[in-house]
Design a protein around this ligand. Sequence first.
Ligand code: SAM
Length: 169
Amino acid sequence: MRGHPGGEENSRRMIALSGLAPGASILDLGAGAGETVALLRALGYEAGGIDLAPRGAHVKKGDLLRVQAESGGYDGLISQCAFYLSGDIPAAFREAYRLLRPGGVLMYTDVCFAPARPIAEAAGFEIRYYEDMSALWREYYIEALWRGTADCCGIKGRCGYEMLICGKD
Ligand SMILES: C[S@@+](CC[C@H](N)C(=O)[O-])C[C@H]1O[C@@H](n2cnc3c(N)ncnc32)[C@H](O)[C@@H]1O
């Protein structure tokens, strides 16, 4: 699982931290290939996902900024590395807030260029757990650059390292 830093281990940690019991309805916002959806389903959750470019089982086409679902219909939401790419982080948090039932939980990880916490609070959320995962992101990003798969951040192509010995005529 390489769609976000920490892979499956990180997804499992978030799910445990959410306190949501198996059977809960969870929507993955920006689910990509649906790996986290598959994990959730294997753990007994009623999980599905949406993505602008769906590419996996149980992931449908949809925009996380305008989800075609009624308000308060989900026990949980998960989003890993997708709010920033949506282009409107505050609107993404507001839409997540709308989708959750009272008492529901949003599990979120993403890159940030400014702290997400006040944005989430402005949308109405209460923060129950916070972790600075910048060190893990740095490791993931460097590895993605090396593999040539860092297109998630607008950088494409494998990076290299060259030596030239340049003479002056
Ligand atoms: C870095 S990938 C992460 C995929 C997945 N969450 C994972 O961890 O493997 C980001 C995903 O967000 C999706 N995305 C970006 N903007 C979106 C939007 N407005 N609505 C739905 N999906 C979006 C992209 O299509 C992409 O699949």
